[in-house]
Design a protein around this ligand. Structure first.
Ligand code: OAD
Length: 231
């Protein structure tokens, strides 16, 4: 069965990585405009570099939880019939064992050179302005998609949504587009849709089925069901 899974910050919450909107509009004490827009970076690049350096260190100290692990088990069974699309910039899916992961909002572990456009592994804390490993310019920024910028791999995601039989959204508030609209695309092409979230989201009414609960519980239970059904 072809499945597209979309994950958001809620799947990493039980690993101790804070979600965005649960913090009352603030993101680790900062306004989103200051740390997640190109304009914020222009105003105070050092602050933004320190912010993402701190998040990268925090994510590295976090461990995958049973929800990440369950999705890795599902990939082992389904292989390339499963596409995992995440809005998260941490690498907890990969560390749980998932290999087919699309980071549509970029990754904390990567840097983007504002001079030559190369994407590379972060060579050192970006607040130290290390040189780009490709062109040598000291203009690296976090390879994270900010508001107003285009998410990665949208063509590949749209194609997978059009071809899937089941679309599952996990731990995402449905507040940020285009990801919040994936349920429409999947429905339009005839897929069944399932939402797994702690509480109802802004787009819950668009799903065929909604299961509420902590990701470690509801995702594990859903994956066990899928594994039993495809045994
Ligand atoms: P949000 O912080 O907006 O939403 C987190 C969702 O996870 C909420 O719906 C919570 O109810 C749910 N949640 C919290 N704890 C949970 C748990 N233990 N189990 C299951 N669900 C839980 O995060 P996202 O929807 O991922 O974009 O945010 C989308 C995008 O907005 C992010 O990728 C980021 C942000 O600004 C960019 O940086 C471009």
């Amino acid at each position: 069965m072809r499945i597209v899974v979309l994950t958001g910050a809620g799947i990493s919450a039980e690993s101790g990585v804070p979600t965005f909107r649960d913090a009352g509009g603030l993101w680790e004490g900062h306004r989103v405009d200051d740390v997640a827009t190109p304009e914020g970076f222009e105003r105070d690049p050092d602050l933004v570099q320190r912010f993402y350096d701190a998040r990268r260190h925090a994510a590295a100290a976090a461990l995958p939880n049973p929800a990440h692990e369950a999705l890795a088990r599902l990939e082992q069974r389904l292989g390339d019939e499963l596409l995992l699309v995440t809005q998260n910039v941490d690498d907890l899916h990969e560390r749980a064992g998932s290999t087919r992961v699309v980071h549509m909002h970029g990754e904390l572990a990567a840097a983007l050179c504002a001079s030559c456009g190369a994407r590379s592994a972060v060579p050192a804390d970006l607040a130290e302005w290390p040189p780009c490993p490709v062109c040598g310019e000291r203009m690296l920024r976090p390879d994270v998609v900010w508001f107003g910028e285009m998410p990665y791999e949208l063509d590949r995601i749209e194609a997978a949504l059009a071809a899937c039989e089941l679309f599952v959204a996990i731990g995402t508030s449905g507040a940020v587009y285009p990801a919040a609209g994936f349920v429409w695309t999947a429905t339009e092409h005839g897929a069944r849709t399932l939402e797994l979230n702690l509480e109802t989201s802004e787009v819950s009414s668009l799903f065929d089925e909604v299961r509420l609960g902590a990701a470690s519980v509801v995702v594990s239970a859903w994956v066990d069901e899928m594994l039993a059904a495809t045994a």
